[in-house]
Design a protein around this ligand. Structure first.
Ligand code: NAD
Length: 433
């Protein structure tokens, strides 16, 4: 089968490469000429483990190619996936301009039956909107189907998530479209991945309901962590005690500086906006967002207390800038939110991240970017662990202590054990313990 994928960001590129790995012929399309030129030269414009090799392998095998020309890509494909960005608009709702542009371009280049599939996270009703847009913009009236196939991959483990998903959700406007899409995912039958086959609007809703639930779980444990600090309980033991209950599950019960990244903040805001336009006050989601917004201030407070109250002229060393480990993505990164607040309070922030330095430097020019963990610690007043990269779990703590002006560590990811840190001579604070 031949397919096209419009948008070569995290989702589009992983989708394209993984379908090619399944043996499908894939053309990836983007309007960003520099990105396409880099991809044609075998270079992935961001860090995602395993992706560059997979792209090289499939490009060499002739199953994967990159272009800025949507017309030919549409013409030769049975299914066209839309994987462009759907960022937040000013009022929090999803900005669908890129989705609309692609839909219109697909319509203009359609001369036989196609399935137009949204992989992007789009509000309920977008499938219907795409159907209308295509109907209005076709040059020749041809039959087509619209489908929703939301993506659940996580950056940092995107390939594994695509190749071994917990489920595949397909919402389609006809049985034929659902069958074709299911066939595209046939290799997953070998590992017995469940399929949820439904209508388009339900599939669109599954994605928002899932992301908002996960975001809520994070805010929930962060709220419990705050209470743990006040009553003298250990949130790790609380989370373990909760998580062993199969109805709750252990995942997403890690306290920290709040959720970030390109999905949870924007998708919870978009869901609130969808609720509002449908006269439904989504109180749980609103609370999850409020708890998350409070988190940066609480983390700032921890650093402030550690240095004795005044952050003016203090040097804060920060380890980790990406919104989570194994990615260079700093969109809505809690580390950057905190760095910004620290600088606003008068501190100088020195930082290191294994992958996201360039990206972070572009957002916060005042950050002093260092070459490694030890350069960050050197002559800093306090060390803040902001993102839990594995390499930060094995620091030479003696060397860190000797490098810092004072042995102060604020561990926002609870990487280290408080008792061990105390024994090593640190003044240490984590989250919720
Ligand atoms: P991204 O910003 O990394 O990439 C989007 C790409 O679309 C860019 O390369 C951009 O140039 C391209 N584009 C914009 N307009 C275009 C057009 N008219 N034609 C062709 N290409 C165009 O975005 P992303 O992180 O890959 O996210 C894409 C969608 O997937 C979003 O809706 C997001 O919510 C959703 N999603 C993201 C993740 C994730 O972890 N990043 C996970 C699941 C779902």
């Amino acid at each position: 089968m031949n397919i096209a994928v419009a948008g070569t960001g995290y989702v589009g590129l992983v989708t394209g490469a993984c379908f090619a790995e399944f043996g499908v012929h894939v053309v990836c399309v983007d309007i960003d000429e520099a990105k396409i030129a880099a991809l044609q030269a075998g270079k992935v414009p961001f860090f995602e483990p395993g992706l560059e090799e997979m792209i090289r392998r499939n490009t060499k095998a002739g199953r994967l190619s990159f272009t800025t020309e949507l017309s030919a890509a549409v013409e030769n494909s049975l299914a066209v996936f839309i994987a462009v960005g759907t960022p937040s608009d000013e009022d929090g709702s999803a900005d669908l301009s890129a989705v609309r542009n692609v839909a219109i371009a697909i319509a203009r280049n359609m001369s036989e039956y196609k399935i137009v599939v949204t992989k992007s996270t789009v509000p309920m009703g977008t499938g219907a909107m795409i159907r209308d847009l295509i109907g209005e913009n076709q040059r020749v009236p041809v039959h087509f189907d619209v489908a929703s196939n939301p993506e659940f991959l996580r950056e940092g483990s995107a390939i594994e998530d695509f190749m071994r998903p917990n489920r595949v959700v397909i919402g389609a406007s006809s049985e034929q479209a659902a069958a074709i899409l299911k066939d595209l995912y046939r290799p997953l039958n070998l590992i017995e991945v469940p399929f949820v086959i439904t209508d388009v609007v339900t599939a669109e809703m599954i994605k928002y309901a899932s992301n908002a639930f996960l975001a809520t779980k994070i805010s929930y444990i962060n709220e419990m962590a705050l209470l743990c600090e006040r009553v003298g309980a250990d949130v790790h033991q609380v989370a373990r005690g909760m998580g062993l209950d199969k109805r709750i599950g252990a995942k997403f019960l890690h306290p920290g500086p709040g959720f970030g990244g390109s999905c949870f903040p924007k998708d919870t805001q978009a869901l609130l906006a969808i609720g509002k336009s449908n006269d439904v006050d989504l109180k749980v989601i609103r609370a999850a967002v409020e708890v998350n917004e409070r988190q940066t201030g609480l983390m700032l407070q921890k650093v402030r207390q550690m240095v004795g109250g005044d952050l003016g002229d203090k040097v804060v060393g920060m380890l980790g800038l990406s919104f989570k480990p194994n990615t260079s993505d700093v969109r809505e990164s809690p580390a950057l939110r905190l760095a910004q607040e620290l600088m606003r309070a008068g501190a100088h922030v020195k930082a290191y991240d294994p992958a996201g330095m360039e990206e972070a430097g572009a957002v916060l020019q005042q950050l002093e970017l260092m070459e490694d963990e030890y350069a960050v610690a050197q002559d800093s007043d306090v060390l803040v662990l902001a993102t839990e990269w594995n390499q930060f779990r094995q620091l030479d703590l003696e060397r860190i202590r000797a490098s810092l002006r004072k042995p102060l560590v604020v561990d926002l990811r609870n990487i280290y054990e408080p008792a061990d840190m105390k024994r090593l001579g640190f003044e240490y604070v984590g989250v919720g313990r």
